[in-house]
Write a protein that binds this ligand. Structure first.
Ligand SMILES: C[S@@+](CC[C@H](N)C(=O)[O-])C[C@H]1O[C@@H](n2cnc3c(N)ncnc32)[C@H](O)[C@@H]1O
Length: 339
């Protein structure tokens, strides 16, 4: 009986993987990204700094066209490995690697749900990162376990997933495309572009107008995705002996005041173009957050774990703000099992 369930489950995941990887091979993500403007602020709120990567080993599971992995390699990491299954994405990643002349990065074609222990050794990397990927796999928790396995004790695990609250309205739009377009991914993406021009406009602006087609496939073509909550990720942290260090967007109200007082905010705010309400709130938050910094003078390296009430309240705010935070990121340190 159990074997039968196992076979069925494997079939389900195989089917998901075939369509997901097939789509990203044809329409790699991202087509383009200004990675540098995003990283400083996000990393700071995760309890990490840009300079922490210097001399370290970094792995990115589901690296797509390699934008983030290349950023780590260019910012001083000793060794960077990007893993993905889609040939189309890896082709672009390798081309960018060649153009950048970086020697400290390797892209490997491999299934992140079946990370081979011979190739990806236990406790090898200082930083293990997966952004916008696990929710496309059909078994996100298994992918997360692999992320933890390859991370050293004392190393940092960073995971970014679609949020159930902020993506709620978008899911309705996606389902409309699914009903009208059926299994035809090209048709779904076409319908999404036609029916939701305002969404397309906002998201394209967020990527400085260089990702229009790729966005329509990533969002409306979507062959498979699951949505997640911050509480769920905290449970994954507990199961895998990880200690929370931060989140982006932050999961406590007071951390927003801290965030908006940081100099790194000014580079990141360019990604708010196309989202006038978020832009306005951010502008106001930046103005008032100076007062908060009067009390919190030191840099925070580890944010306290948020209470369930705080996570719920913040995610309800994300529900209202919607698309700009449709992916949330959380980070944790791998604890020593003995202590
Ligand atoms: C939305 S893209 C994210 C790319 C990248 N992390 C970024 O945001 O710049 C998702 C990527 O996950 C990859 N992917 C999905 N399932 C995978 C699996 N089981 N093993 C390896 N890669 C996978 C896809 O091929 C695709 O390139």
């Amino acid at each position: 009986m159990n074997d039968q369930i196992d076979v069925k489950e494997q079939e389900r995941i195989k089917k998901i993987q075939k369509t997901v990887v097939g789509m990203y091979s044809k329409k790699p993500w991202p087509a383009s990204r200004e990675t540098n403007e995003e990283m400083g602020w996000r990393l700071h709120m995760l309890g990490v700094r840009k300079e922490d990567f210097v001399g370290k080993r970094v792995i990115e599971l589901g690296c797509g066209t390699g934008e983030y992995a290349l950023w780590y390699a260019a910012n001083g990491a000793k060794e960077v490995v990007g893993v993905d299954l889609s040939d189309g994405s890896l082709e672009i990643a390798n081309r960018k690697k060649k153009e950048s002349k970086l020697e400290n990065i390797t892209f490997i074609k491999h299934d992140i749900l079946k990370l081979d222990k011979e190739v990806f050794k236990d406790e090898y990397f200082d930083y293990a990162y997966s952004v916008g990927v696990l929710h496309h796999t059909g078994d996100p928790e298994k992918g997360f376990k692999n992320l933890c396995r390859v991370t050293k004790t004392g190393g940092v695990v960073i995971v970014s997933l679609y949020n159930a609250y902020s993506r709620f309205v978008l899911r309705i739009k996606q389902n409309i495309c699914k009903i009208l377009g059926g299994d035809d991914i090209d048709k779904r993406a076409r319908i999404g572009r036609k029916l939701f021009p305002f969404f397309m406009y906002s998201m394209n602006k967020r990527y400085h107008e260089s990702n229009y087609e790729a966005i329509s496939y990533d969002v409306f073509g979507f062959p498979h995705e699951s949505v997640h909550t911050a509480e769920e990720v905290l449970k994954w942290f507990d199961k895998n002996e990880l200690e929370y260090t931060g989140a982006f967007g932050p999961l406590r109200l007071r951390d927003y005041f801290y965030a908006y007082s940081l100099p790194e905010y000014h580079a990141f705010k360019k990604t708010f173009s196309g989202f006038p309400i978020v832009q306005f709130i951010s502008y106001m938050m930046n103005k008032v957050s100076g007062a908060y910094r009067y009390f919190v003078k030191d840099e925070i390296r580890k944010f306290p774990r948020p209470s369930w009430f705080s996570t719920l309240m913040i995610q309800l705010i994300w529900f209202i703000i919607g698309n700009r935070i449709n992916c949330f990121t959380m980070a944790a340190i791998k604890k020593d099992k003995v202590t």
